[in-house]
Design a protein around this ligand. Structure first.
Ligand SMILES: Cc1cc2nc3c(=O)[nH]c(=O)nc-3n(C[C@H](O)[C@H](O)[C@H](O)COP(=O)(O)O)c2cc1C
Length: 391
């Protein structure tokens, strides 16, 4: 009998990912920084928000489709870019296929393991994410490569603060997967037969290279080489953001906005979208949950740019709460990574189905026929919940 691969919640996908992955790979998915205050608040804050359901009046049909940066999507959930290596041999291509199968868009990281050309072929609704790394010419060359590959938009992530310590310890990421490293890592991999089998079938170990950093036909640089270059690159200015937006000329998101003043400056720089985000709690620990910052930012700039949110989304009901507080759509991070680690493409589809089902049941409970009818009256926001940063 075929193995039953289906899981009913993201928490179960996480459990499965933990069971399947070697300790260091699982720990790199958990990530977060310092004491883990922000990553915990990202999730806990959704639990503080309540619903105001109706007892009568549920509608037969519930509309979930919308657009993000010009792309039609069948549910208000897209894939957030994550640079994760060695989780699954099909990596971001599997994620792209899953997103395409469920009618949604994909953010592809600069630090992804698969080349953008392969990912965009699997899901044409792909936005390429750029970190500020190298000279303006290097950045322009990467953007042009993305344009030639058919990327539908750029996501620029500037909030990384190079915080490398965690109270529970960081995994040791090897420079490359040579025989010496494979032997060294074998004790933690040998206890994970399914992981070993998934990679063993491919007859090649994880490469730990970042093909989307390569320009002018160069070979994909190793992860640490690119990371070192990134650390040595001066942080961008608002003029740099306006320059890249102008150069790109199409849909353009600034990811990582947590303050009202920054959201307004992003509007001035000409962006078409922002993501209210703290990088999933991987940066400046003690930054509040992104959902706490959303209402004030949406109120300030929601009529001028598309406002998305990412951080802590684990359920369809979380998506509905974010939409009720002003987000146009949300981006998923760890939730789909756990699905990928657990069951490959099918696991990511499963996570998107969980989101779809959860959004549908919350809309039904709230008596709404469409995500576009959601508003603050549908939820209970406890006093002191929201944070107005930079207001
Ligand atoms: C393991 C991991 C790797 C990530 N890599 C990137 C990246 O390369 N680029 C980026 O813009 N964001 C990256 N992020 C942040 C996500 O895009 C997103 O902001 C965050 O995961 C959302 O929080 P959530 O995981 O609680 O959903 C990463 C997050 C994780 C957990």
């Amino acid at each position: 009998m075929a193995r039953d691969t289906w899981f009913e919640t993201v928490a179960i996908a996480q459990e499965r990912a933990k069971k399947r992955l070697p300790k260091s790979a699982y720990s790199s998915l958990i990530s977060a920084s310092e004491k883990g205050l922000t990553v915990a608040d990202n999730v806990a804050a959704f639990g503080e928000l309540g619903f105001a359901p109706h007892v009568i009046g549920a509608l037969d049909k519930r509309e979930m489709s919308t657009t993000v940066m010009g792309q039609e999507i069948s549910l208000p959930v897209i894939i957030s870019p994550t640079g994760v290596q060695a989780i699954h041999p099909d990596g971001e291509v599997a994620v792209a296929r899953a997103a395409a199968a469920r009618g949604t868009a994909m953010g592809l990281s600069s630090f992804a393991s698969k080349p953008m050309e392969e990912v965009i072929a699997a899901n044409p609704k792909t936005f390429f994410q750029i970190y500020w790394l190298g000279s303006r010419d290097d950045i322009a060359a990467r953007a042009e490569r993305a344009r030639a590959a058919g990327a539908k938009g750029l996501i620029v992530t500037t909030d990384w603060s190079f915080s490398h310590g965690r109270d529970w310890g960081s995994p040791k990421i090897p420079e490359k997967m040579d025989i010496k490293t494979i032997i060294k890592m074998s004790p933690e991999v040998i206890t994970k037969p399914r992981y070993m089998w998934t990679w063993g079938k491919t007859l090649r170990p994880p490469e730990l290279c970042v093909p989307n950093q390569a320009i002018n036909g160069q070979a994909a640089p190793p992860f640490f080489h690119a990371y070192g270059e990134w650390m040595g690159t001066p942080a961008p200015t608002w003029e740099d953001i306006a320059w890249l937006r102008e150069l790109w000329g199409g849909p353009f998101m600034l990811k990582g906005v947590m303050r009202i003043d920054d959201a307004k400056r992003a509007v001035d720089a000409g962006v078409s979208a922002i993501s209210v985000s703290n990088h999933g709690g991987n940066n400046l620990d003690s930054t509040p949950a992104s959902i706490r910052a959303l209402p004030a930012i949406a109120e300030a700039v929601g009529d001028q740019v598309e406002v998305l949110l990412d951080g802590g989304i684990r359920r369809g009901s979380d998506v509905v709460k974010a939409l009720a507080l002003g987000a146009r759509a949300v981006m998923l991070g760890r939730a789909y990574l756990w699905g990928l680690a657990a069951e490959g493409q099918a696991g990511v589809e499963n996570v998107l189905d969980i989101m779809h089902g959860g959004i549908d049941s919350a809309l039904r409970g709230l008596g709404k026929g469409s995500i576009h009818d959601l508003g603050p009256d549908d939820i209970l926001v406890p006093e002191g919940f929201t944070r107005r940063l930079g207001g």
